[in-house]
Design a protein around this ligand. Structure first.
Ligand code: ATP
Length: 732
């Protein structure tokens, strides 16, 4: 197993020194202080010893060659142990394993395995796999042969476990426990992350639910808005068109009525025909008046002619009867009266003329009656009668003619009046028409005003609609205001649209309250829930691996407990045997110390084996032959050394370490015991390589190779090998 030890700059080995271990037992011999123990310490050092004390130093510097007058001090101390690994006792795939440690003056150490830098821990694990534990049970330093007896029960247990090769399980267990701890930490971390996430996730979940409801609402709103806007657009278009047509018709009617009214009013203010007709009436009336006056004058003339004729006829008759005529007073009076009468009323020229004629006639008649000859008179009278009769006829004819003309004039007047009356009727009709037209015009004006008001109203409705679209767009997106125009409006009352608008408003408010499209919320929810799911999986994995690790720890504990119990039994058997051999009888055994807690029941004891923190220590009980010594403290130095050697050898035999270094373990033995010790060494050397540092010739005689260590004046340890035969010689 152990092939070589290479020491350079370590303690008194200033120069590189190589020790070959080709035989089962190697003895290192030499005078005091030559550096033999330094060789044992070189092993400890290379195997990773951390205690300076166990290498007899205080600082790292103490391990490095300190220098002498011939050799300057070294800066580093290096020791390499070379193992044969053809049997793969180390769990690495090399035939040779070199474990090396170098220490520097600053105290830092470097470890390497086969030349690769490693950590101390890696070295410890590798060694544990080959049953070379860190408690150093296989390196018994000088004066420490009874260390195992002096150490505490717990230290003893550690040594025993180490010797039984349980360290590797411990490593595995510690590793598993470390992993478990880490895993549990991770579980806690993941749990606390999940706990931290949970409220936010719940919040986001609710928000997303809300958003989904809002989305439904938006879809509803979009569909409602499309319907509403399409109908409203169509409605406003239709109304606008109808209004335009109605307005142009009303304007036409208004214009026509206005034009007609202007024309009629003009006609009414310049009534030429009426004036003409009135003038005709006046004319006819004048003519009738003139004819009537003429007729009156004619009647008076007729009266005069009739009177003259009657008087003439009378005088003619009287003249025929009397030749002379007396003039009665009354005739004179009557003449005078006649003149008076005629002149009196005749103021008008025609009347004056008539009166004059009448007076002349009266005077002539008087004269004729009383002055002329009766025949003449008579003749005269007859002519007068004739003339008067003629005149009377003419007057009568004239009167008839006048009557006809008067009649005609009357008829004309009547016609003119009728025409005038008829004309007046036409005027009335016109006025009525004017009134009608004015009324119509006012009506159309009102209609136009009404239509214009409606136009403004439609304009406002259009504006409101556009505003509404804008608002809806901003709340529900472009979809809400994208729609195909309707071919025909639905047959429904306007109140349906009003209801729709109210509903639209309500939905808009609700949607606005729901707030935004929530893209960011959704993204966050997705991210957080994915994270949560990831953490969930992570936790499952962690739980799984924690369970696996617990199982592994349980298994390791069980294995440890089992191996420990088996090992303990075997060590005990060997211990008893070696003890009896050494002391020539008696007995010794290792036992588990009583648990400190109350009620140390069997079950609990087993449990304790499985629970590292409650490990029971190891007690040693000895029973010397022929002595009633029970306590270890009561043993002599030699007895303690023997007991200790028996125990060390027992442990080594049950689970042989690759090598065992015994530094003057035999120092306290007498001759007989030295022989027994030598026998045991030979026995032990079958399973482990032995390196014994000794002054004991008996021990030396059992070694295959002797290394002699010497130290000259330069303080440098030197090595010389002594052949076996020489060794025997030296030993003798
Ligand atoms: P003994 O037979 O008395 O037990 P030994 O052969 O075991 O003696 P060691 O104890 O191994 O002797 O060697 C001690 C010697 O090593 C001392 O002489 C000491 O001066 C020397 N030494 C120890 N440390 C150093 C060092 N750092 N540098 C140089 N020499 C050192």
């Amino acid at each position: 197993m152990l092939k070589r030890l290479e020491i350079a700059g370590f303690k008194s080995f200033a120069k590189k020194t190589v020790l070959d271990f080709s035989t089962a037992t190697t003895a290192i011999v030499g005078p005091n202080g030559s550096g033999k123990s330094n060789v044992a310490e070189a092993f400890r050092f290379a195997l990773g010893e951390q205690s300076m004390k166990s290498m007899r130093g205080k600082r790292a510097e103490d391990l490095i060659w300190g220098g002498s007058h011939t050799n300057p001090r070294a800066n580093r101390a290096g020791v390499a142990i070379v193992f044969d690994n053809t049997k793969r006792i180390f769990k690495i795939d090399f035939d040779e394993v070199v474990i090396e440690r170098v220490v520097f003056r600053d105290g830092s150490s470097e470890y390497s395995i086969n030349g690769s830098r490693v950590r101390l821990r890696d070295v410890a694990e590798l060694l544990a796999s080959a049953n070379i534990g860190e408690t150093g049970h296989h390196i018994i330093s000088q004066g420490e042969a009874d260390r195992i007896l002096l150490s505490s029960s717990r230290e003893r247990r550690a040594m025993l476990e180490d010797a039984l090769g349980l360290k590797i399980y411990e490593f595995k267990k510690t590793e598993a426990e470390r992993k478990l701890e880490k895993t549990e930490e991770n579980i806690q971390q993941v749990n606390s992350l999940r706990r931290e996430l949970a409220p936010h996730l719940r919040f986001l979940e609710k928000q997303v639910e809300k958003l989904e409801r809002a989305e439904e609402l938006r879809t509803e709103l979009v569909s409602l808005a499309q319907t509403y806007f399409a109908i409203e657009d169509g409605y406003l278009e239709r109304e606008k068109r109808a209004l335009g047509e109605a307005k142009s018709r009303a304007t036409e009617r208004f214009t026509a009525a206005s034009a007609e009214l202007v024309e009629i009013e003009e006609r009414a203010t310049t009534d030429v025909e009426g004036t003409k007709r009135l003038a005709s009436v006046r004319e006819a009336e004048k003519r009738i008046d003139a004819f009537t006056a003429e007729k009156s004058a004619l009647a008076r003339e007729m009266g005069r002619v009739e009177g003259g004729l009657a008087a003439a006829k009378d005088r003619s008759a009287r003249a025929a009867r009397e030749p002379y005529a007396k003039v009665p007073r009354e005739d004179l009076t009557s003449l005078a009266e006649e003149i008076e009468r005629q002149t009196k009323g005749a103021t008008a020229p025609e009347a004056a003329l008539a009166a004059l004629a009448a007076i002349r006639t009266a005077v002539r008649a008087f004269v004729e009656r009383y002055v002329g000859h009766r025949d003449d008179l008579l003749e005269e009278e007859e002519r007068l009668v004739y003339a008067l009769e003629h005149e009377r006829d003419q007057l009568a004819a004239k009167d008839r003619e006048l009557s006809v003309r008067l009649e005609d004039a009357r008829a004309a007047l009547s016609r003119a009046r009728e025409a005038l009356t008829a004309h007046d009727e036409t005027g009335k009709e016109l006025r009525r028409r004017i009134l009608d037209l004015a009324q119509k015009k006012a009506h159309e004006e009102g209609e136009i005003a009404r239509l214009e008001a409606r136009e403004r109203e439609l304009h406002l409705l259009r504006e409101a609609l556009e505003r509404q679209k804008g608002e809806t767009l901003s709340v529900a997106g472009t979809g809400a205001v994208t729609y195909a125009p309707l071919n025909s409006l639905p047959d429904e009352p306007r109140t349906v649209q009003e209801d729709r608008l109210r509903q639209l408003e309500r939905m808009k408010i609700r949607l606005e309250e729901a707030g935004g499209t929530g893209e960011d919320i959704r993204a966050e929810f997705k991210e957080i829930s994915e994270r949560e799911a990831f953490l969930g999986r992570e936790l499952d994995d962690l739980d799984h691996s924690a369970a696996g690790l617990r199982q592994l720890i349980d298994d390791l504990n069980a294995e440890l407990a089992k191996h420990f119990a088996d090992g303990l039994a075997k060590v005990n058997a060997a211990f008893s045997e070696y003890f009896a051999l050494m002391f020539g009888g008696g007995a010794a055994r290792l036992s588990l110390e009583e648990p400190e807690e109350e009620g140390g029941e069997e079950e609990e004891a087993e449990d304790d084996l499985a629970q590292p923190q409650k490990k029971q220590g190891i007690e040693i009980a000895v029973n010397l032959p022929r002595k009633k010594v029970k306590s270890l403290m009561q043993l002599s130095g030699g007895e303690r050394a023997l007991t200790s050697i028996a125990l060390i050898f027992a442990m080594s035999q049950v689970n042989p370490p690759p090598f065992l270094i015994l530094d003057e373990t035999d120092a306290a033995l007498d001759e007989a015991n030295s022989r027994r010790y030598g026998d045991m060494i030979e026995n032990l050397a079958r399973k482990s390589q032995l390196i014994v540092i000794t002054h004991n010739r008996e021990t030396m005689s059992r070694a295959g190779i002797l290394y002699g260590v010497t130290m000259g004046n330069d303080g440098v340890s030197k090595l010389l090998s002594v052949k076996f035969e020489e060794a025997v010689q030296v030993a003798k």
